[in-house]
Design a protein around this ligand. Structure first.
Ligand SMILES: Cc1cc2nc3c(=O)[nH]c(=O)nc-3n(C[C@H](O)[C@H](O)[C@H](O)COP(=O)(O)OP(=O)(O)OC[C@H]3O[C@@H](n4cnc5c(N)ncnc54)[C@H](O)[C@@H]3O)c2cc1C
Length: 342
């Protein structure tokens, strides 16, 4: 069936900031063949293209002068080996629904990653993570459509070069690879991962379902629901700084939290830096630093992209001035051509 196309589409309902921007055209694809057609058909060939899943990690600064491709490729297949369940998932599947389904089906492991908005296909792009766990811990392979060679390619997890909110899909393959399926490997010898925050109180005899429920409860209490208050989750990455800079900062701010991040490196929560700089609730027009969680920038009602970017710049400048740390956006900030720009 030919993919459906909407011209001059309003993208407000296709990204969780809920800001009204338009794209020249919008196409929903539910198969690799439809995706290939979007890249190869004469009508679309010259246009910039942007693949969107749930739109939960995006900020458009301008109308998008191209074709938005909504990835809705479905599919959940399970196979088994002696020690693992192997999941082959279509890229358009909803991530949280997959997590809930895997638990219900007796295949635990993903519970720490519950309630992360978005699609399976976007999960490897920034190597989603929460509560001490990241996609890389379970990823076996990623299948992508190569827009340049017009081929389907499989990368092993190692070839994906996963890092903190990083992967080859944000680096060497940026703009070239559309993820069409993800292979996950879940151990049959489940162990709870309780190292982060409130999960440690659950105790080692806990169950996957109890962890899932606790993660959902804590996230719902801390993070704004995008359907009620537009946002894209953590707006900035947690900065990784040298031990030397950290010791220096600690002298002026003895209460600064930290996590080890490899040899000589320390990760500092960006939310703490923003909060401690007195920016919680700070507003530019209708864009604001969330009052409950300073790492999240929200659209209080009718914020424009310009207001959100002005707010983000103010946060970056204030944190830099106060701590000598340059915050980097975690959210993809896109200009009219789909290029990073703010
Ligand atoms: C309330 C809230 C909480 C969040 N919490 C977390 C969290 O705890 N941890 C975390 O890691 N993230 C979190 N996020 C961010 C977001 O959920 C993830 O980044 C998620 O993976 C984005 O999925 P998506 O389908 O919405 O991607 P989109 O926003 O649609 O796209 C994000 C980027 O990936 C690209 N992309 C999308 N699909 C594909 C594909 N199939 N192939 C290639 N490129 C693709 C897009 O072009 C874009 O550049 C949160 C967001 C919100 C709103």
């Amino acid at each position: 069936m030919p993919a459906s196309v909407i011209f001059d589409a309003d993208l407000a309902e296709h990204h969780t900031f809920g800001i009204s921007v338009r794209s020249r055209a919008l196409m929903v694809v539910d198969s690799v063949a439809a995706l290939a057609n979007a890249y190869q058909a004469e009508a679309w060939r010259a246009l910039p293209k942007l693949v969107v899943g749930g739109g939960s990690n995006l900020l458009f600064t301008e109308d998008f002068d191209g074709l938005v491709i909504l990835n809705r490729i479905a599919g959940r297949e399970v196979s088994e080996s002696a020690d693992h369940f192997h999941l082959h998932l279509g890229a358009g599947e909803n991530w949280h629904e997959v997590v809930a389904w895997s638990l219900e089906s007796g295949m635990p492991g993903l519970e720490n990653l519950a309630l992360i908005p978005g699609t399976v296909g976007a999960a490897p792009v920034q190597n989603i993570g929460a509560y001490g766990v990241e996609l890389a811990d379970f990823c076996e392979y990623v299948d992508y459509w190569d827009c340049e060679s017009a081929e389907r390619v499989r990368l092993s997890a190692e070839q994906c070069h996963f890092g903190y909110r990083e992967s080859v899909f944000k680096a060497g393959l940026k703009g070239r690879a559309v993820v069409v399926a993800v292979g996950l490997k879940l151990s049959k010898h489940w162990q709870p991962k309780l190292g982060y925050g409130p999960l440690s109180a659950l105790g080692v005899d806990t169950t996957p379902q109890a962890i899932f429920d606790e993660v959902c409860r804590v996230r719902a209490s801390k993070l704004p629901d995008p359907s009620a208050l537009g946002n894209a989750g953590s707006f900035f990455k947690n900065p990784v700084i040298s031990e030397t800079l950290f010791s220096h900062l600690q002298q002026g701010h003895p209460q600064i939290p930290s996590y080890p991040a490899g040899e000589g490196q320390i990760k500092v929560p960006a939310g703490w830096l923003i909060d401690n700089a007195g920016l919680k609730g700070y507003q530019v027009g209708d864009a604001a630093v969330h009052t409950e969680q300073a790492l999240v920038l929200v659209n209080r009602d009718k914020a424009s992209s310009a207001e959100v970017t002005a707010l983000a710049r103010h946060v970056v400048a204030t944190v830099s001035e106060r701590y000598g740390i340059e915050l980097e956006p975690e959210v993809r900030i896109l200009d009219a051509q789909g290029k990073a720009g703010w």
